[in-house]
Design a protein around this ligand. Structure first.
Ligand code: HEC
Length: 164
């Protein structure tokens, strides 16, 4: 009796696992659309977070009496990479209508031409870093940082939900 009870329980357990697996698989398939929006949004927020971190490294270094050009170069390379990616970070269907938490305003897609223009400005500013060479000309770096910062702000002002 005892062993039979165990058998039944373990069968029930196996069945429960099978049902859970099937349910999870089903959920994955049926949620494929919203899940991929969630993934895209998460990836772009991470990309933007690293962009913010890289930009901070540069601004902090430029405040030093003797900026660390290696650090600046590494951060500038991160920014260049972000500039290369930003064009793919906002596919249709990844706005607030996806139900996923995002600070991207619907205008990103409603005003696609305006948004594209902001992206281009940013890409152009980011590209300037690659032309600063190995010089540690702090004033050139500062000018580049200031105009790059303007390109972040220009886009955020119009297309990103304002933080209180
Ligand atoms: C073309 C438009 C655009 C440009 C240019 C841009 N951003 Fe953003 N940024 C956004 C949008 C839209 C969001 C909100 C994204 C979301 O929540 O899905 C955002 C979010 C962010 C975030 C928050 C990410 C998070 O969720 O943690 C940071 C940090 C950030 N941007 C930094 C920067 C910096 C620094 C620059 C310039 C070097 C920059 N951005 C340039 C549009 C832009």
């Amino acid at each position: 009796m005892q062993s039979q009870g165990r058998t039944i329980r373990s069968r029930a357990a196996r069945l429960a696992v099978a049902i859970a697996v099937a349910a999870a698989t089903f959920a994955t398939v049926t949620n494929a659309q919203s899940q991929s929006a969630a993934e895209v949004i998460k990836a772009r927020q991470q990309g933007l977070k690293s962009l913010g971190a890289a930009f901070k490294v540069i601004r902090d270094e430029l405040r030093n009496a003797s900026p660390d050009s290696a650090k600046i170069k590494a951060a500038a390379a991160d920014i260049t990479r972000a500039a290369g990616g930003i064009g793919t970070w906002f596919p249709a269907g990844t706005g607030p209508e996806s139900g996923v938490k995002t600070d991207a305003k619907p205008e990103v897609w409603a005003d696609a031409a305006g948004f594209a223009a902001e992206q281009e400005t940013f890409i152009r500013e980011a590209d300037k870093w690659t032309h600063l060479g190995d010089s540690i000309d702090a004033s050139a770096w500062k000018d580049a940082a200031a105009s790059l910062g303007q390109s972040c702000k220009g886009c955020h002002d119009k297309y990103r939900v304002k933080k209180e």
